[in-house]
Design a binder for this molecule. Sequence first.
Ligand SMILES: [Zn+2]
Length: 231
Amino acid sequence: MNAPLVLGGATVAVGLAAHGAFYRNSALFGAALGRLPTDRREVALTFDDGPNPDATPPILDALAQAGVHATFFILGRHAERWPALVRRVHDEGHAIGNHGYYHRKLHFKGPRYVRHDLGRGADAIAQACGARPALFRAPHGFRSPWVNAIARSMGERVIGWSLGVWDSDRPGVDEIVHRTLAGARPGSILLLHDGDGYDPAGDRRQTAGAVPRIVGQLAARGYAFVPVPAA
Ligand SMILES: [Zn+2]
């Protein structure tokens, strides 16, 4: 008679572990900031997987023109390739977060691997711009019990997101704009991509094309743009 209970317990445990690994803001493995702590019309624009020589510069141009600051979760191996772009992101006042070095999903990786990946990513950023990142976002949001602890031990706050619009599928500039405007709420952390985590030459020009319209139309609706807070 106990077997179904044991089985039930095992099922629950596996379910909880999957929840923690696959849901980017899940508190099970420690908190990841999934939205800004505000009900005001503020959003954080975040860009993952860059820098990228075709997408990052026009995005920075658009942000500068609008006087808006965003947060860039930079991939270490791309930072090594294009350190001048990392410096530009930093020099123009945007927040920089660590996105690891290799862009492998971390939920089944052991602590040694995670520490190596995060450490090498942060080192590449520091090498490029002289500042160490105070934020971390896991590739695809996949975490494990030690990912948060290791990130925190490196002085990095773990960040999730409120709204992803699958801009990396390249659905077209209009669609990226539409999805972002339709989903943005006060306090949203908006996830976009200025790079491709798997291909340094990946095409993110659609996202770059969408940014001026996203910024302009959210501003017209009364939204302000804030960097993701490090504490
Ligand atoms: Zn990524």
